[in-house]
Design a protein around this ligand. Sequence first.
Ligand code: DGL
Length: 246
Amino acid sequence: MKPIGILDSGLGGVSVVLALRNAYPDMAMVYLADQIHAPYGNKSKQEICEIMEGNIRWFQQQGITEVLLACNTASSNALEYLHEKFPSMKIAGIIDVTVNQLNDADCVGVLATTATIASHAYKNKIEKRLSSFVIEQAAPDLVALIEGLANEQQLSSVLDVYCQPLEECDTIILGCTHYPLIKDQIAKKLSGKIIDSIEPIIQSFSTRNYPKGDVVLYTTKDPHHLQQQIKTVFKQRVEVLKGVVK
Ligand code: DGL
C-alpha cells in the first residue's frame, strides 16, 4: 500500500499530519506543503483548481493513489474538479467531516479564508443538515500572519475585527486548517463552542486499513525554513523534509 498523500499550503497541513502521526504512529504519509502558492485563500477558484491539479499530478508521479486535501480552501473550491480530472485516484476533502460534527446549533459562525467563504460550501452543507442560522466571516490576513509566525499582539488586533461579527454564535467552525494553531487566541475573543477539522480527520481513519511506514514532508519552497517554522510552532523536529522543484 502506498503512503497517503496529504496536501495544504503550509503549517495548517503540518498540524493535520502531526495529529495523525500522534494517533497512528505507524501510518505512512507523504505531506506536500505548497508554500510557494500560499495563501491559497486569496486566489480565484480557477487559480486554486490549476494549482491543485499540478499538486495532484505530483502525487501521481510519486505513485500515490490516495490524497487527503488537508485544506478547506482546496476542498471547497477544487474537489469536484479534481474528481473529474483524476477519476482513478481517491481524493478526499474535509468540509463534510467537519460539518458532520454538528448536532444542533442556533447560530453557527464560519471563520475561513476568502475563497472558502466565497464558495459558501460550509453554509450550504450546514443548512442542508440543520436549521441553524449561519454567519460567514472571511479572514483574508490570517494565513499569512500564521505562516509568518506573527506574535500574539499582531494577531489580536486582526482577530478583534474578524471575531466581532461572530460574537452571538453558539458554535464557531474554524474553516481553515491553519486556524487551530491559534485556537487559544480565537477562544479569548468568542464565547461559542469552537470546532475544527482535526478530530474528525483522525476519526475518519479509525475504522479502516491504512498504509504503514514513514512520514515524509516536502515543501515547494525552502525546507530549512519549514523546519524552522515547525520547530517554532510545534516545538518538534520532523525527520524527513525535502524540497520539491515545481
Ligand atoms: N489551510 C488552508 C485552509 O484550510 C489554506 C489556507 C491558505 O493557504 O489560504 O483553507
